[in-house]
Design a protein around this ligand. Sequence first.
Ligand code: NAI
Ligand code: MG
Length: 391
Amino acid sequence: MNPIPHITLLPGDGIGPEVTAATHSILVDAGLSATFSTHAIGWAEWCAHGEPLPSDTLDAVRTSAATLMGAITSKPEADAARELAPHLRDRGVRYRSPIVRLRRELDLYACLRPARAWPGVPCIHPDTNILTVRESTEGLYCGIELDNLDTERAAMIHYDLATLCERTTGRIALSARITTDHASRRIVRAAFEQARLRALARNAPARVTLLEKPNILRATGSVMLDAARAVAADFPDVALEIENIDAACMHAAMDPTRYAVVVAENLFGDIFSDLAAGLSGGPGLAPSASIGDTHALFEPVHGSAPDIAGRNIANPIAAILSGAMLARHINQPDVAERIERAVARTLADAPPSTLTPDLKGTGSTQSLTDTIRRNLWSNDDKRVGSDTATQ
Ligand code: NAI
Ligand code: MG
């Protein structure tokens, strides 16, 4: 018999605790077989202890089957220094994003962001159903940055940069885009596997669109393109298309059905998945999974929304759908489908008095969660399909 999987809950900041509590209760009521423990992460930890990712939290994440996170507040460097507990100031303690650190420590290289429109929810394109597979360890977000470049340092990096420094007055900064063959191959492979699953669930041809800009970003772009073509040879049943990221954004805004599974490096994937979320219903409905070979973390795409925190009006659905992805990841697909069906039914049928304000309702986080809960075990068996499949 398999041991019962353990789930780490990281509520975090702002609306994070509200949407995490809602999701936890839905997972339990939907019949997820798991144990749970809650751990601290985020801004409050930084302010009190100078470390937003405590070591016991990292240990808990490392040893659990999967992690569900709410949201974390990050602020610019000056605010981080000002809000730090007085006894920790001027000691050289620096804020590092706990999300970026978790992704690195656990090698969560693939971020899966499904964006689908839901019947009953007005949106720009009701036929949107796109899974963005975003590389999460390198690209322009790799953190290799230099500020206040002078000619001497610039010369060590690139001849043209040194010339630029010589000719320009004022501050010059550089952020590097890193692309490795290793990371490119594994993210493309993850996308092809997702495309296969989707095609199977819908009985449709499998296809992956790689979004890049190799005509301008020639060195890094060609690493990604070569890797994609090499991996494609192992997936003769999946069609590979390659498009420029800028053109793809325009095409998606006009006709999102052009895309099914897209794969992209970190920045391009971040931007494109937000676009897809915007076309299909907004921040309250967009879930995500960050997957590595050994660990997985699930969280809504939205942030801590300080403007609505603590008011019981945050839409919990993005977090709840992330919970469904978690259930599927730990091999409980029946639980995942039950949750997705309940969300679909709620969005299609629930009166405005139960919906949160972002869905043009007058209800609360609590009333929306309660309605989804009631719909978990209703007999009307609307199939919604496993579009958020993570395995
Ligand atoms: P945000 O996603 O928190 O909020 C953007 C807008 O969407 C706000 O008007 C907010 O009220 C609304 N919104 C977000 N989630 C919602 C929900 N579930 N229901 C209803 N409305 C919702 O992004 P913002 O304002 O740029 O960032 C706020 C904080 O969150 C910052 O400290 C930022 O660093 C952090 N953040 C954290 C992320 C994470 O934990 N993965 C991701 C993005 C931002
Ligand atoms: Mg983003």
